[in-house]
Design a binder for this molecule. Structure first.
Ligand SMILES: Nc1ncnc2c1ncn2[C@@H]1O[C@H](COP(=O)(O)OP(=O)(O)O)[C@@H](O)[C@H]1O
Ligand SMILES: [Mg+2]
Length: 254
């Protein structure tokens, strides 16, 4: 069974067909990239897969369950986490608190705390702190835990978004342009983090414009153009696909 299966997915905003009849699937353990020019529908695809809005047509299956049109919190609880193209960091909260927000959905503190006001809450809370610190260590932010998130440089804020997303303990992680705005050493760190996550069993779909990185780390690519799926294949196949070269890469090539 596929981890994720998308069939005939379509999203129209008024007259704009942001995503048009797209089908593809992802197996557990894969690293898959969705690429395409600006406005191709990549972020809309992520928004559909995470329940930000329902599709106009088509279905999304996660581990065989139809998750089409489920609200974001239910999608998250089922095991799909994401980062955003435009950072969604709480600047005035500490780095640790930002990660704990992500972990909270997995916690039963609210319910347990209400039923047993004194005892279990503390241990649940300390477990959340412990696991959040683990995620910060994995993303290279362990020594920043108590700093206000807004004081981090941009590259570290992007790592923080990844830490918060993986605090959900997802099976599928969607990264929307994780390398955008990163310098080359930060991009290397990002690649290492992505490999570590994959080795931990997390399946990854990323939207990314940095072709060198994409071609290096992905097993497979889905290419979008004007909302349509233009091609799908291995890095080698995509790099040698004339339609992709013409539509997306222009004269520059890969
Ligand atoms: N909420 C929205 N309302 C109206 N149009 C939208 C909305 N979101 C995206 N679009 C349009 O859908 C198309 C695809 O956008 P997007 O998915 O953000 O592309 P990409 O991430 O590939 O750059 C664009 O033409 C964009 O203007
Ligand atoms: Mg986008």
């Amino acid at each position: 069974m596929k981890l994720l299966e998308v069939t005939e997915l379509t999203k129209s905003f008024g007259g704009v067909h942001a995503v048009s009849n797209i089908s593809f699937s992802v197996s557990a353990g894969e690293i898959v990239a969705v690429i395409g020019p600006n406005g191709a529908g990549k972020t809309t695809l992520f928004n559909l897969m995470t329940g930000v809005y329902p599709p106009t047509h088509g279905h999304i299956y996660f581990k065989g369950t139809d998750i089409t049109s489920l609200p974001t919190h239910k999608v998250a609880a089922l095991g799909i986490a994401r980062t955003f193209q435009n950072l969604q960091i709480f600047n005035n909260m500490t780095v640790l608190e930002n990660v704990m927000v992500g972990r909270h959905i997995r916690s039963r503190t609210g319910l347990l705390g209400a039923v047993f006001p004194l005892w279990p809450v503390q241990s649940e809370e300390s477990k959340i702190v412990e696991s959040s610190l683990e995620k910060l260590a994995l993303t290279g932010l362990a020594d920043k835990a108590m700093e206000p998130a807004g004081s981090l440089p941009y590259g570290q804020q992007k790592m923080l978004e990844i830490a918060r997303a993986i605090a959900l303990e997802p099976e599928l992680l969607l990264l929307d342009e994780p390398a955008a705005g990163l310098n080359s050493s930060e991009t290397r760190e990002l690649v290492d983090i992505i490999y570590t996550l994959r080795d931990q069993g997390i399946t990854i779909i990323l939207v990314e414009h940095d072709m060198e990185t994409v071609m290096e780390i992905t097993d497979r690519l889905v290419v979008l153009n004007f909302g349509n799926k233009l091609a799908e294949g291995t890095p080698y196949e995509i790099q040698n696909n004339q339609e992709v070269i013409t539509a997306y890469l222009g004269e520059e090539g890969f």
